[in-house]
Structure formats: structure tokens, C-alpha cells
Design a protein around this ligand. Structure first.
Ligand code: HEM
Length: 348
């Protein structure tokens, strides 16, 4: 471990020491000294962030005299190690707490008052790191996205939670399915409201995903570098429709059974593979849905499609982050800026 840290430290200091002459640690350089002190205290992961911190304290030290900063050395989380200043008991206890490995493992970086610390905090927090470090101010306006993607995701979560509740009471058997759904309204506490939440969230999700897709198209946000995310998006759109379609059969009522009969028969018209696809969907040679169809649609609806959708959403969100967040409107042209300035000048 120590060897690995030493190696990474010497690599890091070679790469990061602002003084190109310091191939090996220089005793008069506060950057090199700080790095050496860190060696005994921190893990390899932390050292890398210290490289960044140390480089900022190097800039702060007196570069003419090249004096090492030894009295007050700033550590991540705002902790300071001071040998000279006098402190009260509470202060000392606070500092001691901030110097514990537990505190430092949670609060790794100082107050976010510099671009460097802001970036480090964004990258070191599980929730914040879902967003890019910097985003366009205009793209953050609610009227830009109307949060349609976020609403779609929220509805997906609602569907997942209410769907799990429905699974407690639903048996995918042609003799029982219809009765189970009816029982939700009469014998299960909150059964009808949860069922309706599931149905309405499903309808709303189809609408919100469609509107989200239209919004993305309208803003041209499918263009480079977001083409791949557009492709992932179309897969998500198909999955949303398939989830809706497969759920329609489950109540085993007349409208659902007939809708799936029509839907699966349409597969017959596809060239070459039509017949095979129909057999796979309906679960045999029948022309109408049977128990085999019900169990297939149930499995697809509660397991396969949601799982693939969840994975695709993770990729979708990851891509948004990697592509630099929301595309945002293009910056104003020079002509627009000049016109705006002229307008402001004429008003004043
Ligand atoms: C389950 C379905 C979907 C979910 C949960 C989802 C979620 C999101 C979220 C949360 C965003 C961030 C911005 C916003 O809220 O609008 C976003 C952006 C984006 N989505 Fe989706 N989305 C889905 C479907 C789609 C579809 C169907 C497409 C297109 C075919 C698509 C393409 C994109 C693109 C290209 C962006 C980046 C937009 C930009 O940079 O302005 N997404 N999505």
C-alpha cells in the first residue's frame, strides 16, 4: 500500500508541481513538502485530491523566498493543523474532530469558494456528481425543458412502486386475474386508488415521454454530441409503449383481451418473420390470447421491460452528464448582442 501511495505520490508530484525543476521533492518547496506530509496520512485516492489542494496552497505561499508553509496548513474539509495559534477548548475539540479520518472521509474538500473546491465537491458527492460540474444558465430555466424528462422518470418510479403493490394481489392466471383486479376495489385497503395511480401514471408517462421527445427535437438537442442519447431515447420511447401495451392484457377484461388479439395479429403482417413473431407473442398457434399469452405478457411487463428501461435510463442520464448537461439555447449572435445594446442605450 505504502509503495503504491509513494509511487502515485511521486508520479503526481512530478506531474503537478508547478516548478518544472522539481523532478524529485525539493526541501524548500512548500508543494513538495506538503506532498510528503500527506504521504504518511492519506490513502492513494485522497492524495490525488491533495495534489490539487497543495497546488493551490503553493500558489498562496511566498514564491520569492520559497518558504514552506508550515504553521497553518489547510486540509480538506476546512481543517487546519496549527502548531502556533492559541485556541479555546471548544475550538480545539472542533479541530480534533475535523482531523479524524472519519470526518475527512466525509468532508473531503474545503468550503466551495473557489472554482477548484466547487469542482471537487461536485465530483465527490454521489448526488451532485450526477450533474456536470458546470451547466448553462439558460438551459436551467424551467421553461426550457419543462422538466419533461424528469417528469417521465418520476412517473416511472411511481409505476414501479405502485406496480410492486399490485403484484402482492395479482395472480397471472386466466381463471383468477379478472377477479383479483375486481377485488382491489372491494376487499383490498387502498387497492382501487393504487390501481388507478398505476393506470394514470402509465397514460401520463406515454404523454410526457412523447412531449419530451418533441421538446428535444424542437431544440435540436439530438445533434452532436447528443446523437447517441437520442438513439437511447428512442429505445426508451419504444419501451414505454411496450410497457403500456403489455400491461393492457393483465386485467384480463374484454377490452384488454381483444386489444391484444388485434395487436398480436398485426405482427402476422410483418414480412418473413411475421408468423414466428405472432407465435412467440401469443404463446402457440392460437389466434387469440390464452393462459400462455397472459404469463408471457406478465413476465415481460413486470420484469423484462422495466429492467431494460431502468438500465437504459441509467445510460441516458449518464450520457446527459457526459455530453455536458442540457444542450441549452445557442448563445446570441453578434448581431443580436449589438441590437440589444442599442436598444438598452436608446432607453437610457
Ligand atoms: C423513459 C423515458 C425518458 C426519460 C425518463 C428521460 C429522461 C430525461 C431527462 C431527466 C433529461 C434531462 C432534461 C429534461 O428533463 O428534459 C433528458 C434529456 C434528454 N433526453 Fe430523455 N428521457 C426519456 C426519453 C427520451 C426520448 C424518447 C428521447 C428521444 C428520442 C430522449 C432524448 C433525450 C435527449 C437528446 C436529452 C438531452 C436534451 C438536451 O440536452 O437538451 N429522451 N431525458
Amino acid at each position: 500500500m505504502v509503495a503504491a501511495v509513494t509511487r502515485s505520490l511521486s508520479d503526481a508530484s512530478k506531474k503537478s508541481c508547478p516548478d518544472a525543476n522539481h523532478r524529485s521533492p525539493d526541501r524548500d518547496c512548500c508543494f513538495c513538502l506538503t506532498m510528503q506530509r500527506h504521504l504518511t496520512t492519506y490513502t492513494e485516492d485522497l492524495i490525488l485530491s491533495h495534489v490539487l489542494n497543495a497546488s493551490s496552497s503553493w500558489r498562496a505561499c511566498d514564491q520569492n523566498s520559497r518558504q514552506a508553509v508550515s504553521a497553518d496548513d489547510t486540509y480538506p474539509g476546512g481543517a487546519t493543523l496549527s502548531t502556533t495559534s492559541k485556541r479555546g477548548l471548544l475550538d480545539q475539540a472542533g479541530q480534533a474532530m475535523k482531523n479524524t479520518p472519519i470526518w475527512r472521509s466525509v468532508f473531503r474538500h474545503g468550503y466551495p469558494d473557489t472554482p477548484l473546491n466547487q469542482s471537487l465537491i461536485m465530483m465527490g458527492n454521489v448526488f451532485l456528481h450526477l450533474h456536470p460540474v458546470k451547466v448553462s444558465r439558460q438551459a436551467m430555466r424551467i421553461t426550457y425543458t419543462y422538466c419533461l424528462g424528469g417528469i417521465s422518470f418520476f412517473l416511472f418510479l411511481v409505476l414501479t412502486i405502485t406496480g410492486v403493490f399490485l403484484m402482492f394481489y395479482y395472480i397471472p392466471a386466466d381463471q383468477q386475474a379478472y377477479g383479483n383486479i375486481q377485488a382491489l376495489a372491494s376487499t383490498v385497503a387502498f387497492g382501487e386508488i393504487v390501481r388507478n395511480m398505476h393506470r394514470w401514471a402509465a397514460h401520463l408517462m406515454v404523454i410526457s415521454v412523447s412531449l419530451h421527445m418533441i421538446r428535444v427535437f424542437y431544440h435540436g438537442a439530438y445533434k452532436a454530441p447528443r446523437e447517441f442519447n437520442w438513439v437511447i431515447g428512442t429505445v426508451l420511447f419504444l419501451l414505454t409503449l411496450l410497457l403500456s401495451f403489455s400491461g393492457y392484457l393483465l386485467p384480463w377484461d374484454q377490452i384488454g383481451v381483444l386489444a391484444i388479439q388485434v395487436g398480436t395479429n398485426m405482427a402476422n403482417y410483418a414480412p418473413v418473420v411475421g408468423d414466428a413473431v405472432h407465435r412467440v407473442l401469443i404463446g402457440g398457434l392460437d389466434q387469440y390470447p390464452t393462459q400462455a399469452t397472459l404469463i408471457r405478457f406478465y413476465t415481460l411487463h413486470v420484469l423484462f421491460f422495466p429492467l431494460v428501461a431502468a438500465i437504459m435510463m441509467a445510460v441516458h442520464f449518464w450520457r446527459i452528464r457526459k455530453d455536458g448537461g442540457e444542450a441549452g439555447p445557442p448563445p446570441p449572435s453578434r448581431r443580436e448582442v449589438v441590437a440589444k445594446l442599442a436598444e438598452t442605450a436608446s432607453h437610457s
